[in-house]
Structures are given as structure tokens and as C-alpha cells.
Design a protein around this ligand. Sequence first.
Ligand code: DMJ
Length: 558
Amino acid sequence: MKSVVKLFKLGSSPPVDKVDMKCKQGENLLCVFLFFGPELPQEIQNKHISKPKRCSRSEQKAHHRSSVTDDHKSFMQHKNRPHPGPAAPSSRAQISIAVYRGWNFFLLIPCHVESPFIACLEAIPHQLLASREESLFQSLHSGGCWSDLSHLNLFVLCLQMMKFAWDNYKRYAWGKNELRPLTRNGHTGNMFGGLRGASIVDSLDTLYIMGLMEEYEEAKEWIQNNLDLNSNGEASLFEVNIRYVGGLLSAYYLTGAEIFKQKVMELGEKLLPAFNTPTGIPRGVINLVSCRHGFPLVFSDHVSIGGLGDSFYEYLIKSYLMSEKTDQEAQKMYYRAMEAIETNLVQKSPGGLTYVAEWRGGILDHKMGHLACFSGGMIGIGADDGPAGQRQHYLDLAAEITHTCHESYSRSATKLGPEAFRFDAGAEATANRLSDRYYILRPEVIESYMYMWRLTHNPKYREWGWEAVEALEKHCRVDAGFSGIRDVYASTVSHDNMQQSFFLSETLKYLYLLFSDDDLLPLEDWVFNTEAHPLPECRMMAGHAERKRKPLFFTSHL
Ligand code: DMJ
């Protein structure tokens, strides 16, 4: 079913009475009204909300039978509730609601000033989320016209989730590395060797892509005035590289702002000594002030595409793609690694689930980590350039692994996946050890949904993404941000009090991209680093200054 979106500014022409709300059989019509001032115009309340039009196919009517009065009642209940978001200006908060059922869906969005549409979307309050319990999303689900409309809804929700996560970080943990949403304070940790503001650097590109420009500007200002790269402490080279270098570089390529280039060059210089080893394989830890570094990486007999191994395989194929498919060494290494992975690690469970096991000293460990679930997406993006005739095989493998990772989510009480799941001792994509049951807002499963959606356009990936949004909203949203949970199998959740910076840089970005059009950061032009920071492919680098003048967001979403 096609969604037609019409955007109107109340108070400008055409007057609301004359709004053309015609739509064709089989179409969903979404009317978005932006209005200015604190009160919802009477004319809207009386005329349009109470008379939604039905344009869908007749066979869908059975699913959607609902009374207009209920909708109106629910609208009236919502309309005076305050916006729960921490930074929402109060007058914006007064009215903003999705009115639904039937086949038309209205977003009534209050705006202070003549803002661009994207800026108004972030004013949609939490009630929109609350309304899903009542029926909006359920009715769309059961009616079979789910994906088109909710694609837009979810796109908006992801943006709203980002704003909520960001606002709370800003309010309670500004300048610290991560937000502790239960205790409402900041967490510094020691992973970044004294560097601060990990959530800010990690969020820059997400804010920019989502068009949250005010927030992007405040993040940029913090980088300019407060990001101190002379911190004295032991930093993980990997983490600083993927989050800080990746975040700054991506922000530079997206926006062209010189400050990001300046900072990333400075930081890069400080990291370089870690690569000064006989093999060129960098040391794992470095001090940014003294340049003292830790031990070189040690090799073990543990082979995994999950933690400690994942990004290596990922970067083989991504180096090849970033080089405009000219880096043949990376290409060769990737496909040889894939062959070995398939021969030695890829397994089929008794219940028919494909998974990637781990190898320890010659013995297979029938376990797959959440981290390994990025591999669905990786194998998908690598499908085109392998040995002749292998394309469909790789696409199938990618889909099977993504399916297994989805199963690890759907077999839990919370519909979120555990840190690791097993395929032995009667387990099938479930964690049988207590210590594996936590979920820390990780992105990998959603990352694979996003790639698989872009590669196949099979609507199931968006449906799975929607399930994840619902679960995150239900179990991880707390009053002051989003938190990980300790046991995905417990229906009464216990929160871990941490809003990881990768939730803002990866989880929410991949969700947003899953529900946006393919031309927002097209995969042919951009390669995402392992922290979801998009970097342009070689040919695009030269053109980034040109691109930055065009807004990236909202190209053709509506
Ligand atoms: C992120 O920091 C990166 O995705 C990294 O590659 C693995 N771990 C986290 C997210 O789970």
C-alpha cells in the first residue's frame, strides 16, 4: 500500500476547510498539520479529527473497525498532557498528537516559529508512543498496511528517541562520557584514557543526519571549546579510534566543518605511535600525553567473529568497498576468511538455525555473541564481489544469520537479545548462563536488519526493527534516558544504569536508516565504520565540500 503524505501549515492557504484530503483506493493518507501557537485550532478539532476518511481497500475494513468517537476521546485525553521530554519548551508541549484509526492519520504538530518540517517533527511528544498501546500501531499491524505508514511513524520515533537520549545526556551528564540514567549523573570510565565527551563525539553525525540542528550545533561548540586531547591516561586504541576518530571524521565529511578535521588530525597524531611495532599491528593501549603504550596484541587460539575478532573481518570488506573496489588485497583476504569461516564455524542447529560458532584450540564452542550478529549485514554487503556465482549464496547466508539473531530476540521475554546465545545443552538461540543474559543497548542485530533491508527490501526487516523499537521503548526507556537491562528473559526488568554512547551513534542511527529512504547515506557512496560513523567512499571524498551545502536529511522521505 502506498502512503501519501500531505503537509499543511495551518493559518496559511489553503484554509483547513479546503484541504484536499482525497486519496485513492488502496492509499494511506497521512496529513501532517503544523500549527503555530499553543492552542489547537477549533476547526481542526471539530471537522477533521472527528471525520477521518477511509481510503483503504475494502478488505481491510474488518481489521480497522473502530469508532471515530474513541479516536476523538483519546485525542482529547492526550491533548492537554504536558510533554514529558526534558528539554521541550512548555508552550510547544501543549498539544501535539497523532489521531488515528481508519485510514487517515493526522499529526498535529505545534511549532513556535516557521520551522522546517524536520524541526517540527521533534516536537511530537511521547503520547505518540503511548498511543501505540491503544491501537495505532496495532491496527496498522493487523491491517496489513503496516509497513508504509509505520515506516514514517518509526522514522519519527527514532528521531524522538534520539532527542530524548540526547536531552537527558545533556541535562545530567554533559561533558562526561556516558549518561547514567537512573542515578542521573555522568560516567567517565577508563576506556578512553581520560578523554571526555564520548557521547557527544559519537552523536555528532546522528544528530546531523536526523536534522537535529540545534543539538548538533551545541555538540560542535563543545568540541570546539572543551574537547581536550591532552588527557593523561591509558586509552584503548580501538575504542578511541572507532568512536573519537570515527565520530570526528564522519562529522567532518558530512558537514565540512574545519574544527572536526583539526581535532581528528591532532588526535590521529597522538595515536600513531601505537602502530610503531615490528608487525605494524598496533598496540592495544596508548597514553595520549606520554605516548607510552601497552603490550602488542597477543595472538591466541580463540577464533571468533564476535568480540575481539569482529571488526577485523568487517574492515576487510569495508576497506575494499571504500577503495572503490580497488584494494584487491583486502578483497582477497575477506573472501578467503569467509571461506574459512564457512568451512569451520558456520553451523546449523537441530532446529534449523544457521549460526556462527567460536573455535577454541580446535574445539567448537556452539555459542554466538550479540556482537557476532553484525555479520548478517557484513556478509550481505560483501555478496556482490565474491567468487563467481556466489552472490545468492552469500545473500542467503546473510539472511539466515540475521534470522537467527532475530530469533535470539524473539525467544526472550523482553524481545531483546542476550549478550550471547547458545546452541547446545538444549538451547537454541537462547542464553542458558545467567552471565550471558544482559542487553546493553547494543546495535549489531539492528545493524544487520538495516543492511538486509537496504539490500533486499524484504519488509520483514522493518517489522523486526519495529519490534526492537517497541522493546527498547518498553524495557529500556526510563525517566531520564535509556538503560541497558540485566536479564532479557525477566519480564520485570532490572536496569544497568548506563546509556552507552554507541546507542546514540549506532543503535538509533541504524534504526533511523532502516526507516528512511535508501538515498539517505546510500550504501554505494558511504561506508560505516564499526561504530556506525559513515565515511565517504574514495570518489566521494573530493566532493564532500559540495555535498555539505545540501541538507542530507529528509531528501525524499515524504
Ligand atoms: C561498538 O562500540 C562497536 O560496534 C564495536 O565494534 C563493538 N561494540 C560496540 C557495540 O556493541
